[in-house]
Write a protein that binds this ligand. Structure first.
Ligand code: IPD
Ligand code: CA
Ligand code: CA
Length: 259
């Protein structure tokens, strides 16, 4: 039996308990590819729990997970981010999530993003809408960029790579009501789904950051593309733009302005 949305939501909530139990404790923090790309023992504990649960219940599944990489399989593909927002978590900021998506035939079908600190579980099944703790979600109706509240993030190679999103940030900062940086790409997308933000963009993400949130935003009525307006936001080099339809159009134009 393939997983149901309820299965994926239960997994996200169970891993969320691991994050909540680790919150506020002293952490063993190490850096990964870049000095500011952190991992804690809680990221690993959450991932081990999820991989083990998926393999036991749906043997033969392929899994792409942030900390352990690719697990070969032929029966559906899971994207697992066991803790999205590790820098917040390591500093005791209660904005982080578990993000889980399930795809079949290369198309994401199910997604759940759970913030254990606010007990908010965002989820969606393709074609059936998006929900927050059972309540249906809808993107905002903001029509003009000048009235919009946006959110973004910055890549971990920001210290050394000049293509670091700061120019885009500056452009939007002077044309909107504000641009936030929450620190969890998965939650950024869900907040667009909930109409809290009007739009979100980011460069150089990984599929586990956006697979679940992208589906949730789209199912709530967002237009979700890469930064050039193309459909594919999961293949490298990942970039994503998710916004209500009117704001998406205006953001795409700004992001593609010549310097
Ligand atoms: C990060 C967060 C952050 C985004 C980074 C991601 P992690 O994920 O989603 O908001 O700006 O690009 O890598 O490392 O905390 O799982
Ligand atoms: Ca992440
Ligand atoms: Ca992570």
């Amino acid at each position: 039996m393939p997983p149901t949305l309820q299965d994926v939501e239960i997994l996200a909530r169970q891993a969320g308990v691991i994050l909540r139990n680790g919150y506020g404790k002293r952490h063993q923090i190490t850096s990964k590819s870049h000095t500011i790309d952190l991992v804690t023992e809680t990221d690993r504990r959450s991932e081990e729990f999820l991989i083990d649960a998926i393999k036991r219940r749906w043997p033969g599944s392929a899994i792409v997970a942030e900390e352990s990489g690719e697990h070969a399989g032929s029966n559906g593909l899971w994207y697992v981010d066991p803790l999205d927002g590790t820098v917040n978590f390591a500093h005791g900021v209660p904005i982080f999530s578990v993000s889980i998506a399930y795809a079949e035939g290369g198309v994401v079908q199910l997604g759940a993003v759970y913030n254990p600190m606010s007990d908010e579980c965002f989820c969606a099944r393709r074609g059936e809408g998006a929900f927050l703790n059972g309540r249906r979600l809808r993107v905002s109706e903001t029509a003009q960029l000048a009235n919009a509240l946006l959110v973004t993030g910055f890549p971990y190679d920001i210290w050394e790579n000049p293509d670091n999103n700061l120019e885009n940030f500056a452009r939007f900062a002077v044309r909107t009501q504000g641009v936030r940086r929450l620190g969890s790409a998965a939650l950024d997308l869900c907040f667009v789904a909930a109409g809290r933000f009007d739009g979100y963009w980011e460069l150089r993400l990984k599929p586990w950051d956006v697979a679940a949130g992208g589906l949730i935003a789209a199912e709530a009525g967002a237009v979700v593309t890469n930064l050039r307006g193309g459909e594919d936001y999961l293949s490298p080099p990942q970039s994503i733009l998710a916004a209500n339809p009117a704001i998406h159009k205006q953001m795409l134009a700004v992001l593609n302005e010549k310097p």
